[in-house]
Design a protein around this ligand. Structure first.
Ligand SMILES: Nc1ncnc2c1ncn2[C@@H]1O[C@H](COP(=O)(O)OP(=O)(O)OP(=O)(O)O)[C@@H](O)[C@H]1O
Length: 261
């Protein structure tokens, strides 16, 4: 059970390593419950690595990671239990191609609950309705547009009613109209279901309007943390280079990643 009034996510002085290399260090992050946070940064800066630490897929080599006021459990069984409270929308949707939209959404309910089939069917209908796709229940992923498939994946991520939603590049491969639909859906679900959302994205201009907070990761650390309005006004050269999409500046885009302190 979440601790009352605890932030959804609290990282203190976290260091994350992959393949023996430090990817991020000195990460302090507080995500208030109910907020939408955009995690921005150039390719390879460590955004997905940060998400992996929030789900416990990657352990911090230093510092602490709390979710809803509790440290991520060390033991696998307890970690799996905690993960049920974190819905993740992966980059590639991850829909099973030989199952219909409804069967895909039912999957987490079948795996993690003992609910009777009619109750599962009703819950699936509600989740598909929440993403505006009740009529698509019997369609297979190949029969869905990119935007519809992303919405089915979103319905599946919501299946267990997780209070925390994590979106990894939710707009990848979508046209501007589908992107607008997904972003407003993310914001609407966050407000109507009382969720907390963390969105990792390259799509700064589409994401900032729905975000309460923004983070920019570069150079192995958080180089900006504040509101979208503060981000737009920042004069920090590292952050400006990223926001303005300039190839020249403090971020060496083409250089191999260097070890951070
Ligand atoms: N399993 C791994 N072993 C070693 N290094 C890794 C591993 N996974 C990722 N990395 C490295 O960690 C760094 C950060 O990668 P990460 O995927 O977190 O960045 P990102 O900001 O999400 O990038 P993108 O926006 O391109 O998805 C990169 O230099 C990457 O090469």
């Amino acid at each position: 059970m979440p601790e009352p009034n605890a932030p959804a996510v609290h990282l203190r002085d976290v260091r994350l390593q992959r393949g023996g290399r430090t990817i991020l260090s000195g990460i302090d992050l507080l995500v208030p419950t109910g907020s939408v946070t955009a995690v921005l940064g150039p390719s390879g800066s460590g955004k997905s690595t940060l998400l992996a630490a929030l789900t416990g897929e990657l352990r911090a080599s230093q510092g602490s990671v709390d979710v809803f006021g509790r440290p991520l459990p060390q033991r696998q069984r307890e970690l799996l239990e905690t993960r049920k409270s974190i819905g993740v929308l992966l980059q590639g949707n991850g829909l099973l191609t030989d199952l219909t939209a409804a069967e895909n959404v039912a999957l987490p309910l079948r795996m993690h609950t003992k609910l009777p089939a009619p109750v599962i069917a009703r819950l699936v209908e509600m989740k598909l309705h929440a993403v505006g796709l009740r009529a698509a229940a019997d369609l297979y992923p190949r029969e869905l547009s990119g935007g519809m498939a992303r919405r089915v994946a979103l319905a599946r991520a919501l299946a267990l009613d997780p209070p925390l939603m994590i979106y990894d590049e939710p707009l990848t491969g979508l046209d501007p109209i589908a992107s607008g639909v997904i972003m407003s859906l993310i914001a609407r679900l966050n407000a109507s279901l009382g969720l907390t959302s963390i969105i990792v994205t390259h799509h700064v201009h589409e994401t900032l309007p729905v975000a309460d907070r923004a983070l920019v990761i570069a150079d192995g650390r958080i180089v900006f943390s504040g509101t979208p309005a503060e981000l737009q006004q920042t004069t920090d050269p590292l952050v400006r280079q990223f926001l303005d999409g300039r190839p020249d500046g403090p971020i060496a885009f083409d250089a191999p990643q260097r070890e951070v302190a």
